[in-house]
Design a protein around this ligand. Structure first.
Ligand code: ASP
Length: 337
């Protein structure tokens, strides 16, 4: 009777514009993000409990502007999601989040969580005190999606569209429909309280969380996070930044390359020096659309078509998993004890 038991939707609040407020009544900009508690956000949306189809449970995990996202909050959020997903009564999770780094958190959670049920991130482009805030509708749609029995994996719900964690990006600084999945397109839509999947069917198993680094979740917060930086290839690149980062002890570098992975020759030479010094290098395209193809004989591993910010997260977790493995061997401890 699992169907009957799974009737709890958990809403984890982290702040953002959706929880923002302005002293100037009706202002759309110049507000302070992360001011209104998650309980108050839920209370402001009529019909939310009905959309959840059961109990709504709210938890404040953080309360800030997501431009300031940090490793400690990521660790706490991933662990709270994992704990709730381990509860068979939880049908789905909604995370209210600032839009600035929403795609990064979505990719992090996609890589960490065994999300056999939906984990839906949502946010807003206008503060809760705006004349016409977009947060309440986004929250209602996110709860509708989290309660849908055909949904799974880490999803993003903004402006009526459902996006997957891999392809979604914030593409506009102001408009309400600020997220886009490029060539991939949205996975679906929520319309008048109903989920409509693109091509009339749920996107399938491959789109659900791959949980490549699920074993890291219990130790996040205890292990140090490696230092991974993004360096962009552009006209006039000279590679000096890369040399400086190596000197400062950087562990990984993602090169945001032009086009299909091309790098300024000066930057390429500096990256070769970095790799020689033991720094892990990945190449991602700075193009906002499409997926970079691997070039035969290229000296770098490409980032599997990820954007530079998501490639950085994958490299962070990869390095952390390696170091967890190495510590284990050194200390003789059981995996991730
Ligand atoms: N700066 C805000 C944040 O990311 C923007 C937003 O939520 O739309 O928290």
């Amino acid at each position: 009777m699992q169907e009957v038991a799974q009737r709890k939707i958990v809403v984890l609040g982290t702040g953002g514009t959706i929880a923002g407020s302005s002293p100037v009544r009706g202002a759309n900009v110049g507000y302070v993000a992360g001011q209104i508690g998650v309980d108050e956000l839920l209370a402001a949306v009529p019909g939310l409990a009905q959309a959840a189809g059961g109990t709504l449970v709210a938890e404040q995990v953080a309360q800030f502007d997501s431009k300031d996202m940090d490793f400690a909050t990521w660790a706490r959020l991933a662990q709270r999601c994992a704990a709730h997903l381990a509860d068979p009564a939880v049908a789905g999770i909604v995370i209210t989040h600032g839009t600035d780094t929403l795609e990064e958190t979505a990719w992090l959670l996609h890589t960490l969580l065994d999300a056999s049920r939906p984990v839906v991130l949502t946010g807003a482009m206008r503060p809760a005190t705006a004349l016409s805030p977009d947060g309440p509708q986004n929250l209602l749609d996110a709860v509708t999606l989290a309660a849908d029995s055909t949904a799974r994996g880490v999803l993003v719900m903004v402006a009526g569209a459902v996006h997957g964690a891999r392809d979604v990006r914030k593409v506009h600084p102001l408009r309400l429909d600020a997220f886009d999945s490029g060539d991939a397109g949205p996975l679906g839509w929520v319309e008048a309280g109903q989920v409509r999947w693109a091509h009339d069917r749920p996107p399938g198993a491959a789109w659900a969380g791959q949980a490549a680094h699920a074993a890291l979740v219990p130790v996040l917060g205890r292990l140090p996070w490696p230092r991974v930086e993004i360096v962009m290839s552009h006209a006039g690149s000279d590679g000096a930044l890369v040399d400086w980062l190596v000197e400062k002890g950087v562990h990984g570098i993602v090169a945001a390359a032009t086009g299909n992975g091309s790098l300024h020759r000066a930057l390429e030479a500096a990256l070769a020096r970095a790799a020689h010094a033991g720094v892990r290098v990945r190449v991602a395209s700075r193009c906002p659309q499409g997926r970079m193809l691997e070039l035969a004989g290229a000296p770098w591993r490409h980032a599997a078509g990820l954007s530079p910010v998501k490639a950085r997260i994958s490299l962070l977790l990869e390095l952390m998993a390696d170091s967890a493995g190495a510590n284990r061997v050194k200390s003789g401890l059981e995996p991730f004890e």
